[in-house]
Design a protein around this ligand. Structure first.
Ligand code: PXP
Length: 247
C-alpha cells in the first residue's frame, strides 16, 4: 500500500504488461517488468496489475512468479477464466484476480466479460478463487445486467471497462460516462466495490476518477508510453496527481 494514507483516496493500479511487450519484441531480458513494478510502487502506485495471456505475448509465467515474490504492493493478476490460469492463480495466490475475456486474435482486451451469459462457468471460478483468499473482480461493461450477474455470482469487486468511454468524444462520451457512474452506484448499492480501467490517459481520467463509488483505476498502456518521454516515475506521479485532484 502507499506510504501515506489518503482519505477518500482512489487507488492506482499500474499495469506493466507493455514493459514486457517491449522486452519480448526482441526476445531480450530487458526492459524488466518487475523493475517497472518496483519503480511504479515507489512513485505512488497502490498496486501492480499484470495480465498473463494464454499466448504469453507480454507477461510470462516467470514474470508472475517474480512479481508475486518481489512486489511491496498488492498484485492484481488478470486472467481468463481457464483451468490453466486458475491453477496458476491458486499456486501464486495474488492479492487480487481480475477475470477478463480473452480472444487470441484481439490486440488488447476489447470489451467486458459476459458475466450474465457465462454465469454457470464463472460461478465455479469465482468460488474457487474466493475460497483461496484471492479477492476476485470481474471485468465487465458498465451495464445493469452485468452488475446484477456479478451480484449473483458473489464477486466482491467489479472493474468497469472504460475502453468505449476512452474512444468516444462529445455527447457520446458523456452518455458512456453516465453509464459508468450508474453502474458504479448500482454496484455500491449491492455491496460490490467498483474499479475501472482501459484506455485511460491524462486527458480522460478525471471524469472517471470523480465517480465517488470507484475505488481503483487500473492504467497501463498510456503510462508506459508516456514513460518513454518522461520516465515511469514521472508518468505515475502525474497520473496520481490528476486522480487526486479529481476527488
Ligand atoms: N483493466 C483491465 C481489466 C485490462 O485488461 C487492461 C488492459 O490490459 C487495463 C485495465 C489497462 O488498460 P490500458 O492498458 O489501456 O490502460
Amino acid at each position: 500500500m502507499s506510504e501515506t494514507p489518503r482519505p477518500n483516496a482512489l487507488r492506482l493500479g499500474v499495469n506493466i504488461d507493455h514493459v514486457a511487450t517491449v522486452r519480448n519484441a526482441r526476445g531480450a531480458g530487458y526492459p524488466d517488468p518487475v523493475r517497472a513494478g518496483l519503480l511504479a510502487a515507489k512513485a505512488g502506485a497502490d498496486g501492480i496489475t499484470a495480465h498473463l495471456r494464454e499466448d504469453r505475448r507480454h507477461i510470462t509465467d516467470a514474470d508472475i512468479a517474480r512479481l508475486s515474490a518481489e512486489l511491496p504492493v498488492p498484485l492484481n493478476f488478470e486472467m481468463a477464466a481457464t483451468e490453466e490460469m486458475l491453477g496458476i492463480a491458486l499456486r501464486h495466490r495474488p492479492n487480487a484476480a481480475c477475470i477478463v475475456p480473452e480472444k487470441r486474435e484481439e490486440r488488447t482486451t476489447e470489451g467486458g466479460l459476459d458475466a450474465a451469459g457465462s454465469f454457470d462457468r464463472l460461478r465455479d471460478f469465482v468460488a474457487r478463487l474466493g475460497d483461496s483468499g484471492i479477492r476476485v473482480s470481474l471485468f465487465i461493461e458498465p451495464d445493469e445486467r452485468q452488475v446484477e450477474a456479478a451480484v449473483r455470482l458473489g464477486a466482491p469487486v467489479v472493474e468497469f471497462h472504460t475502453g468505449h468511454y476512452a474512444e468516444l468524444d462529445g455527447d457520446a462520451r458523456s452518455v458512456e460516462l453516465g453509464r459508468v457512474a450508474a453502474a458504479a452506484a448500482l454496484a455500491a448499492k449491492n455491496g460490490i466495490e467498483s474499479h475501472a480501467g482501459h484506455g485511460l490517459t491524462y486527458d480522460n481520467v478525471q471524469p472517471i476518477a470523480a465517480i465517488p463509488q470507484i475505488c481503483e483505476l487500473n492504467i497501463g498502456h498510456f503510462l508506459v508510453g508516456e514513460a518513454i518521454f518522461t520516465g515511469l516515475e514521472a508518468s505515475v506521479k502525474q497520473m496520481r496527481a490528476l486522480m487526486d485532484a479529481a476527488r
